[in-house]
Design a protein around this ligand. Structure first.
Ligand SMILES: NC(=O)C1=CN([C@@H]2O[C@H](COP(=O)(O)OP(=O)(O)OC[C@H]3O[C@@H](n4cnc5c(N)ncnc54)[C@H](OP(=O)(O)O)[C@@H]3O)[C@@H](O)[C@H]2O)[C@@H](O)CC1
Ligand SMILES: Nc1ncnc2c1ncn2[C@@H]1O[C@H](COP(=O)(O)OP(=O)(O)O)[C@@H](O)[C@H]1O
Length: 539
């Protein structure tokens, strides 16, 4: 189900009153981390007893989580080694780890950077958290040996208090360990030194799994950091975060099953929503057919075809339920298959008195300007959902920002560019790709789970436009029939677009061509609308 992501500061602020009230947040976090550690070891080796666990311990509370969890693993029979990487660490956590039998290696001195053979070790008899220099062998070599033979390593170096760039002795230890790594690496809360930048990636940790506490941190949802985070577990430690403060929402198939809009028992075709389709041209009639098929099969109350009579003939030939006479619509789709200007002009003039949502795709994207330039035009004061792929967004932003922006640059930071495009244009931006990113002008991002790569085929985007336009018409009609004149918030449109992408993904799993996706929508939407009722036998 949907998961919200928050800036780290929001999560840190939510912790403060609870900590002041004595709520044991770290104990909750460490318990959940230990359980995941136990599950990981049991899944890999069938046991915890006799396994080897290493903790990379930093100077703060992040190390505290890792050390308390390691103490639990130690009590369950794991041989724990703590590699203390700073001249201080979390006092109580280290004490707990020691009491459970952990050995502690101190690899903290900055001189270790200059001399990789420098030797230091903690006094194992001491409960003190200060590390004590010793001259009994190469600690770096010993740390490397322990890391390389560990079944499980916990990255407790830095958490939400971390700044970019690890001290040299740690970065070099990580780079030296990487080729010899055999066990699982779990990042505690956030991977230390997390960055979307691929430069220097070899000196950063690549976790198999990240166990994050309190709420999903915004920096973890950037598609570019997946190689550093691995899979992500969000552990509820009772912070009670306000979803209004979230900056991103992740959607999956469960959200689609829960929130796909079903027809009302007492509804009629107009209350279900009428979608106008302006797609296809003499050059590209197929786009008109694909977009209309998609709208029909997504379950619109009615589909009006607004393009040329030439294309209308094809469309109505396959879908006799489509209407070509003008009349009321609750949303319009513009652009797939470059419809001729006279039909675009006719349709936009008809829109000028309304505030209905519009989905703009393909050729229609050339109409999109900066938000301030759209004031007073037919595009103002209505929700607009635009659906560029990276190439189209690059072209659009180059025009709007007056600098050359390539599709490659968009690909390096899709979330950032989608946000910028949404802010500049005031529209909901659906940046299509393997990881489709949806951004709203207020900065909110919706990330539907990725669909199958088979979606990357000509005409697939036309099908998506048909789905999005239909869902927009359904939402807009429902809102109107509820008697609500207030505009729906951007977040609702962005989420709706996310559901549309998930419908498209589901169709993509059942076919391999665009017309196949459009046809498969009958099955996908039929299951979403009727599935549970058929099973339960209710009407
Ligand atoms: N609050 C709670 O109860 C709960 C918190 N929880 C856990 O606490 C974690 C946050 O803990 P935290 O605030 O202690 O920060 P953390 O990242 O461990 O260390 C900060 C220290 O590192 C230092 N430092 C930073 N960057 C550096 C760099 N690049 N190179 C070198 N040094 C650097 C920094 O130095 P300074 O900035 O002060 O100069 C400071 O001394 C959080 O992620 C979660 O795991 C959970 O248990 C839930 C309950
Ligand atoms: N590798 C991929 N994995 C999953 N979906 C993809 C992938 N590549 C493209 N897609 C999806 O396929 C669709 C392609 O749309 P678009 O580029 O507009 O195609 P067209 O213009 O030919 O209709 C988009 O919904 C996009 O998100």
């Amino acid at each position: 189900m949907s998961v919200f992501a928050y800036p780290s500061e929001v999560i840190r602020e939510a912790e403060v009153p609870l900590l002041e009230a004595g709520v044991p947040l770290m104990a909750r976090a460490a318990r959940a981390l230990a359980n995941i550690g136990i599950d990981t070891l049991t899944a890999d080796l069938g046991r915890v007893t006799g396994t080897r666990v290493c903790v990379l311990a930093g100077p703060g509370n992040n190390a505290g989580d890792a050390l308390f969890a390691a103490a639990t693993l130690g009590r369950r029979g794991a041989a724990v080694t703590v590699i203390a990487l700073f001249d201080r660490t979390h006092d109580e956590g280290l004490t707990a780890a020691r009491r459970s039998g952990a050995q502690v290696l101190a690899f903290a001195s900055t001189e270790a950077d200059d001399d990789p053979t420098s030797t230091e070790a903690a006094d194992p008899s001491s409960d003190s958290t200060r590390t004590v220099p010793a001259r009994n062998g190469s600690t770096r070599a010993e740390a490397l040996r322990e890391l390389s033979r560990a079944d499980l390593v916990l990255d407790g170096i830095l958490g939400t208090g971390g700044r970019r760039g690890l001290p040299g002795h740690i970065a070099s230890l990580i780079a030296a360990w990487a080729p010899h790594r055999t066990g699982n690496l779990i990042a505690v809360d956030v991977p230390s030194d997390l960055s979307p930048d691929s430069d220097g990636a070899e000196t950063r940790l690549h976790a198999d799994r990240t166990v994050t506490f309190g709420g999903l941190k915004a920096e973890l949802v950037d598609p570019r950091v997946h190689e550093f985070t691995g899979s992500i577990d969000v552990i509820d430690i009772g912070l009670g975060l306000d979803t209004g403060l979230a900056v991103a929402e992740l959607l999956d198939a469960d959200d689609l099953a829960a929130d796909f809009p079903r027809p009302e028992a007492s509804g009629h075709k107009y209350s279900r929503g009428v979608v106008g389709v302006l797609a296809g041209s003499e050059d590209y009639p197929g786009a008109g057919v694909l977009t209309t098929t998609s709208a029909v099969n997504t379950g619109a109350g009615m589909v009006r075809y607004l393009g040329s009579p030439f294309v209308a003939e094809f469309v109505i030939g396959v879908h006799p339920e489509v209407v070509s006479a003008s009349g009321r619509v609750n949303a319009v789709i513009f652009g797939p298959g470059d419809p001729e200007p006279e039909f675009v002009q006719g349709a936009t003039e008809a829109l000028s008195d309304s505030h209905i949502p519009v989905v703009i795709d393909a050729g229609g994207l050339d109409m999109v300007g900066r938000a301030e330039a759209m004031i007073g035009t037919w595009m103002a004061e209505r929700p607009i959902i635009i659906t560029p792929h990276a190439g189209e967004l690059a072209r659009m932003l180059s025009r709007l920002l007056g600098e050359i922006i390539t599709a490659g640059r968009i690909g390096q930071d899709p979330v950032g560019w989608a946000r910028q495009a949404a802010e500049v244009t005031g529209t909901i931006v659906v940046l299509k790709g393997h990881h489709t990113v949806i951004a709203a002008p207020d900065g909110l991002v919706v990330l539907p789970e990725p669909g199958p790569a088979s979606l990357a085929t000509a005409g697939s985007g036309d099908v998506l436009a048909g789905i999005l336009g239909t869902l927009a018409a359904i939402a807009s009609a429902e809102h109107r029939y509820d008697g609500d004149d207030s505009p729906l918030p951007h977040a609702d449109w962005a989420r709706l677009a996310g559901l549309g992408v998930l419908v498209h993904n589901a169709a993509g799993q059942r076919a391999v061509s665009a017309s196949g996706f459009a046809d498969a929508l009958t099955e996908v939407v039929g299951e979403l609308i009727h599935g549970a009722e058929l099973i339960s036998g209710t009407d």
